[in-house]
Design a protein around this ligand. Structure first.
Ligand code: NAD
Length: 509
């Protein structure tokens, strides 16, 4: 596997400072935690967390802003999101730089993340004129029965490190046009990215005359997130992260009868049928398994291959893996950047040791790279592992580039293997057999929230609803009618008959 030289701390600090200055962010300096870069493993800036008193004030301010925002006409609320989209276009490179520096994404993927933010802004502007309810046929003469949709209040957004900006924008753009205020607790690993996003939205608010407090940012670790989770003024908690986090957040929000929208871990698989176009499949598989160094919720983690084609497919994949350039996200030839931390590398190595103890065979990859150039960073060769059955660690999400290869004989067997894991986020089948494709997409097929044909499991567009089933949490964000999760509906019966007719023919007074 090829490798590229790394930038040093001065380069990273300088590049981050330039982006922060261009966007007009003043850092909250302190000694609570550090903005770090996984590219070298160095700390860049020491920062201050939001205190519990400040968090309480932020929720109060957002709640108060909501009271005026909810009565601003929705198309005018769309103006705020339109302006945010314009500012993101203007500062696309700056935001992408910070994503690359803090999350370690290669620059083309970091730019793609900002493009996704721009796309959801466009979508939400259109949505601001389409928040429609239904009119229902009433059983009573002279009555109109209809549903209307209203904002929830304050939406709390808790987000993960691996999509430090896009997940915020999916939630925020839609929540704002729906008439909510937003309080955001980003990952403690990506504070700089969250500061620039927040600043761009504040500028957009000033530019269009919207209340600044419709959006507030809370910095810090999970303890700060727990404040949002516990606050009864937060009507919806939209939490993206590990299943462990969702297990803690979901019951706490439910205990106070709040709503939660959970976007949790995945263990995504692709089936490769004997009829598949292997050239296309290899490209789709490698991007899905290795992109973002295996740190996407939709990363391909299991490949279920028909026994007839496993040998040629594995040979070609092994060859492709050997050629993957690993190194600096700022080098345009790099395809694999760093893992987020040395802890993530240790998890990867533990998973590889467990799968080997269970009889799995590493075909390629798995070693640490660039140890001398960046001893505090965590670069790893993506690993391809042949396994006989789906047990132990293969059933878990290891947030690293490990692809387990399983084999099958019949499509029924492949689908059973596919669905036999606790997670249910993304899935795909590579096939040129239409019947197989349709079965995979039917209710007897994939049990995931995302099911694709002839593309990999990652790289969703914002127009569709995004989310997964089972331990992935059941939430839906982004496009389609996911907006309904950010609103409450009211059923309205209007009597214009002049008399009082009770439903179900009840006689009373
Ligand atoms: P994480 O669960 O460690 O942290 C996510 C966020 O939750 C952080 O902001 C963290 O501070 C906060 N948090 C953690 N425990 C909390 C608690 N008890 N109360 C309130 N807040 C709490 O996840 P991570 O390591 O940042 O991200 C990787 C994980 O996120 C993977 O499992 C990945 O699959 C998942 N993810 C899912 C999606 C999706 O849409 N399904 C998208 C991106 C990432």
């Amino acid at each position: 596997m090829a490798q590229h030289s790394l930038p040093d701390l001065a380069f990273l600090t300088n590049r981050a400072q330039v982006a922060l200055q261009r966007i007009g962010v003043t850092l909250p300096r302190g000694t609570d935690f550090y903005a770090r870069s996984p590219i070298t493993g160095d700390s860049l800036f020491a920062l201050r967390s939001t205190t519990s008193v400040e968090a309480d004030q932020a929720v109060a301010a957002a709640h108060s802003a909501f009271r005026t925002w909810r009565s601003t006409p929705a198309p005018r609320r769309g103006e705020l999101v339109r302006r945010l989209g314009e500012l993101l276009r203007e500062h696309k490179g700056d935001v992408a730089d910070l994503i690359a520096i803090e999350a370690g994404k290669i620059r083309s993927e970091a730019l793609g993340e900002v493009q996704e933010m721009i796309d959801i802004c466009d979508f939400a502007v259109g949505l601001s004129r389409q928040l429609y309810g239904r009119t229902i046929a009433s059983e009573r003469p002279g009555h109109r029965l209809a549903e209307s949709w209203h904002p929830l209040g304050v939406v709390g957004v808790i987000s993960a490190f691996n999509f430090p900006a896009a997940v915020w924008s999916w939630n925020t753009a839609v929540a704002l046009v729906c008439g909510n205020a937003v309080v955001w607790k980003p990952s403690e690993r990506t504070p700089l990215t969250s500061l620039v996003c927040s600043q761009l939205l504040a500028r957009a608010a000033d530019d269009v005359g919207a209340p600044r407090d419709v959006h507030r940012l809370l910095l810090g670790d999970r303890m700060v997130g727990e404040i949002l989770v516990a606050d009864p003024r937060v009507g919806l908690v939209s939490a993206t992260g590990s299943t462990r986090m969702g297990r803690e957040v979901g019951p706490r929000v439910a205990a106070r009868f709040g709503r939660s929208l959970l976007e949790l871990g995945g263990n995504n698989a692709s089936i490769v049928s004997p009829s598949a176009d292997l050239d296309l499949a290899i490209r789709g598989i490698v991007f899905a398994a290795v992109g973002t160094a295996g740190q996407r919720c939709t990363t391909l983690r299991r490949l279920i291959v028909h026994r007839e084609i496993v040998a040629p497919l594995v040979a070609r994949l092994t060859d492709a893996y050997r050629k993957l350039p690993i190194g600096s996200p700022f080098d345009e030839n790099t395809r694999v950047g760093p893992l987020i931390s040395t802890g993530a590398l240790e998890n990867m190595q533990r998973a590889l040791a467990r799968v080997q103890a269970d009889g799995g065979k590493i075909l390629v990859g798995g070693s640490r790279r660039l140890t001398e150039a960046a001893p505090q960073a965590a670069y790893a060769e993506p690993a391809l592992v042949l396994v006989d059955d789906q047990k132990g660690v293969v059933r878990e999400e290891t947030f690293a580039p490990i692809l387990y290869v399983l084999t099958y004989n019949t499509l029924d067997e492949a689908i059973a293997l596919h669905n036999d894991v606790p997670q249910g986020l993304s899935s795909s089948i590579f096939t040129r057999n239409q019947e197989e494709a349709e079965v995979f997409l039917s209710s007897e097929g994939s049990d995931c929230g995302i099911a694709n044909v002839n593309i990999g499991t990652s790289g969703a567009e914002i127009g569709g609803a995004f989310g997964g089933e089972k331990e992935t949490g059941g939430g839906r964000e982004s496009g389609s009618d996911a907006w309904r999760a950010y609103m409450r509906s009211a059923t309205n019966t209007v009597n214009y008959s002049g008399g009082l007719t009770l439903a179900q023919n009840v006689n009373f007074l």
